[in-house]
Design a protein around this ligand. Structure first.
Ligand code: PLP
Length: 448
């Protein structure tokens, strides 16, 4: 029986990423407020936020300092744009800070509002710049099966998950998908992680050769796949992939929308996972999601090519009304200051051993086939048969059941296929982390 608010919700709000057939019967969990790593529903029940919202609320709730900086900026200059010869201090200061932190030598930052927009911008830049460089055939972009890059037309095409394509008439032309680096699922019997990484690099090489290297422009990858099920590639995967990309003059775009700003214990996941990206997409923890803001960090040679294009054709015809929105930029800049002032990276590094120990211990649960993770992100994958790794019938909705039990226990986690993802706020304490795993364990026991 739905409450009045739940009934109004399902009657009026078209919910993203929801089963629109079952949601009207089940109703939504309606949240009212948050404090630290806890959120409270309209009845006042607290939930430990085991997903930092959607992998994004790194500093938790109730940061008055961020509220104040937003209010100050709204009083001073609530809106100004960056189009046609205009700028403002918050965007300039934020771009400077991001250049300083960037995992690759950075020239400039293009601002946008979401991870999807950032990756759409990446696609457009690849096309535009290769035209500028006089190689109009070099346009294809390779992403990976199970990669997640967003939902706009181009970024959903990059995403390698069936529900983002089926009946949306996607992917668009020129997007290709390479193999997913999930050893547990796709490694051959007796194939070591190292051998698996070598095979995937060889397959990518063959794929680029088959397409024609002169037609392949870029490879996009999350350092660790998030929404595809928290998939951590083998340690040597990126160096091997990178060598193939360099051989064929294919650029590497790092989608750091989840991994940026501390999730893996370093400012960027690229560094932690031994990637050397040419460009980087950022969002989410950039502002700890207090306001929407995202961006693309570009190197000199792309910046030069863009200027060249303007010499030829005039205006760079890309940008959003809210690119570098002053309130969002001010909040993001303060967020980065808080990460530094509070040594959030140090805190994360202190917690990682506990997080990984408790996570890996769940691998011994009768329902769990694989407990995987890196840094402060992880997942447990439920299997019907641990020995053969056989999954459950998708109709059984096992992960959804675990998530529902967790919610009853006062924990928010996320179901992805047969996996349950965990991605707590970076500021979670050791005691709260234990509480998270205790509750998850209870939910697993109840689902068993
Ligand atoms: N890229 C990655 C790696 C993501 O995880 C997401 C969202 O979860 C996106 C892109 C899309 O971001 P948004 O939902 O802000 O458009």
């Amino acid at each position: 029986m739905l409450t009045n608010l739940q009934a109004r919700d399902v009657a009026t709000v078209l919910h993203p990423y929801s089963n629109l057939a079952t949601l009207p019967r089940q109703g939504s969990l309606i949240l009212e407020r948050g404090e630290g790593v806890f959120v409270y529903d309209v009845d006042g029940k607290p939930y430990l936020e085991g997903m930092a919202g959607l992998w994004c609320n790194a500093l938790g709730h109730g940061r008055e300092e961020l509220v104040e900086v937003a209010a100050e900026q709204m009083r001073k200059l609530p809106f100004a744009h960056l189009f046609t010869g205009k700028s403002h201090d918050p965007a300039i200061a934020l771009a400077e800070k991001l250049k300083e932190l960037s995992p690759m030598p950075a020239a400039k930052v293009f601002f946008c509002n979401s991870g999807s927009e950032a990756n759409d911008t990446q696609v457009k830049l690849v096309w535009y710049v290769n035209n500028a460089l006089g190689r109009p055939a070099k346009k294809k972009i390779i992403s990976r099966i199970k990669g997640y890059h967003g939902v706009t037309v181009a970024s959903a095409s990059l995403t390698g998950l069936p529900n983002n394509h089926i009946d949306f008439d996607l992917p668009i032309a020129g997007v290709r998908h390479a193999a997913c680096p999930h050893h547990y699922r796709f490694g051959r019997p007796d194939e070591s992680e190292e051998e698996f990484a070598t095979r995937l690099a060889a397959e990518l090489d063959a794929q680029i050769e088959a397409e024609g290297p002169e037609t392949v422009a870029a490879f996009i990858a999350e350092p660790v796949m998030g929404a595809g099920g928290v998939i951590v590639p083998p340690e040597t995967y990126y160096p091997k992939i990178q060598a193939v990309l360099e051989k064929h003059d294919v650029i590497l775009i790092a989608d750091e929308v989840i991994t940026g700003f501390g999730r893996l214990g370093e400012w960027f996941g690229s560094t932690a996972m031994k990637m050397k990206p040419d460009t980087v997409s950022i969002a989410k923890a950039l502002s700890s999601s207090y306001v929407p803001i995202a961006g693309v960090i570009i190197p000199d040679w792309i910046d030069d090519a863009l200027s060249c294009q303007s010499e030829k054709i005039g205006v760079f015809g890309h940008g959003f009304t809210y690119s570098g929105h002053p309130v969002a930029a001010a909040v993001a800049l303060r967020t980065l200051e808080i990460y530094e002032r509070e040594n959030v990276l140090g805190h994360v590094n202190g917690l990682i051993p506990q997080f990984q120990r408790r996570l890996k211990a769940l691998g011994g649960h009768p329902l769990v086939g694989e407990a995987r993770g890196v840094g402060l992100v992880g997942a447990v994958e439920a299997v019907a048969d641990k020995a053969t790794r056989r999954g459950f019938d998708p109709k059984a909705g096992v992960a959804a059941k675990i998530v529902a039990f967790a919610q009853e226990e006062g924990l928010i986690v996320r179901a992805i296929g047969d996996a349950v993802a965990i991605c707590p706020p970076l500021v979670i304490t050791a005691a709260e982390l234990d509480l998270l795993f205790d509750r998850l364990e209870t939910a697993l026991d109840r689902a068993d």
